[in-house]
Design a binder for this molecule. Structure first.
Ligand code: DAH
Length: 342
């Protein structure tokens, strides 16, 4: 082979690359410029080139190598671009979280009460025996305390306030609110918080939420309580929902009631209704604030009266139209299939 043929062999690489049918830049790079590639093969022809032809051979090698490289780089850029702008690919939807259903319920409940002048407050969820029981007319060792299956915190008791407990109900906010306002009514409080009891079944979790209403002023009567309940029923459960109060007993109210709302499925008739059986659903307690509780908050029961109520958020919420949740533990299960429905 003459020197001329050798030069042809080198430039032939460019023609060969242009004739390739595959556009996979990486495969071509290996084939042409790889360790055992075609360029290496052609370079080795140098041993057959005459001494005068060596310079021209070297220059041609450089020129062709540069061309091969730029062609391959161009190919690989093209394929990258194609990958990133393939408009026919389906879009990727971003995963978005949302507010937990119980937080949504708390927000809705708070807004309903705020509209009629209640003031949303927060009080400790780990509190002294004094605020949870004693100030609520439940002296030490009183059997009424047994109703609340209490978690005690293993820490030193306060000399006056007593042991530390996980709040069993939001009623601990009552005397705290009276103190915050320096025993000066009017008081219109809505206290929403976590509460804790030693219990766990389909309708009870160890941690749950309650909301507590407290109104204290001159001339407050049961009618004000009943009006507030009806207002809540209409706004939370929908027009036409009614409230009902039945005599009950709590140490911190006198008289005391249990509060029911009419069933949205049968409209309160109870006829053949498997959801309520009686036309009504019980949600929690209420009553006129006991004089001893007012006194504990430094308020004169001869001048002021008040009403209070306290219900579970989970229970109140699951009675909403269309929810039909028969196991409230689901709310805290971390089961996304359930939670994503809200
Ligand atoms: N604290 C009570 C409970 O957890 C509920 C309750 C009843 C709250 C009557 C009140 C009330 O404010 O007046 O069972």
């Amino acid at each position: 082979m003459s020197d001329q043929d050798h030069l042809h062999a080198i430039s032939g690489l460019i023609t060969a690359l242009q004739a390739e049918t595959t556009t996979d830049a990486e495969t071509l790079r290996i084939k042409y410029l790889g360790k055992n590639g075609l360029f290496k093969e052609v370079s080795s022809l140098i041993k057959h080139v005459s001494s005068e032809g060596k310079k021209a051979f070297g220059q041609e090698l450089n020129r062709v190598k540069q061309q091969l490289e730029s062609k391959l780089t161009e190919l690989s850029n093209q394929s990258k671009q194609q990958q990133s702008i393939d408009l026919s690919l389906p879009g990727e939807r971003q995963k978005m979280g949302h507010i937990h259903p119980i937080s949504q319920a708390i927000e809705e409940i708070s807004q309903i009460f705020e509209k009629i002048g209640f003031n949303r407050v927060r009080y400790p969820e780990v509190d002294y025996d004094y605020y949870v029981f004693e100030a609520l007319n439940m002296p030490k060792n009183h059997p009424a305390r047994d109703e609340w299956e209490t978690f005690f915190v293993d820490t030193e008791a306060h000399p006056k306030m007593g042991k530390v407990v996980l709040t069993t109900h939001t009623s601990n906010g009552q005397v705290r609110e009276m103190e915050r306002l320096h025993s000066k009514p009017p008081i219109r409080m809505i206290n929403v918080a976590r509460t804790y009891r030693r219990q766990s079944d389909a309708t009870h979790t160890q941690m749950f939420h309650q909301f507590e209403g407290l109104v204290v002023d001159k001339g407050i009567t049961i009618q004000n309580l009943k009006g507030t309940l009806d207002y809540f029923a209409e706004h939370f459960y929908g027009p036409g929902t009614k409230s009902r109060i039945r005599p009950f007993h709590f140490k911190f109210t006198e008289p005391s009631f249990e509060v029911d709302f009419s069933c949205h499925i049968c409209g309160g008739t109870g006829k053949n209704c498997r959801f309520c059986k009686s036309g009504w659903h019980e949600v929690g307690g209420a009553g006129m604030v006991h004089p001893n509780v007012l006194k504990a908050g430094g308020i004169d029961p001869e001048i002021y009266t008040g009403f209070a109520f306290g219900w579970g958020v989970e229970r109140t919420y699951t009675l909403k139209k269309g929810l039909n949740i028969d196991d409230i533990r689901l709310f805290y299960s971390g089961n996304l299939e359930f939670l994503e429905q809200f």
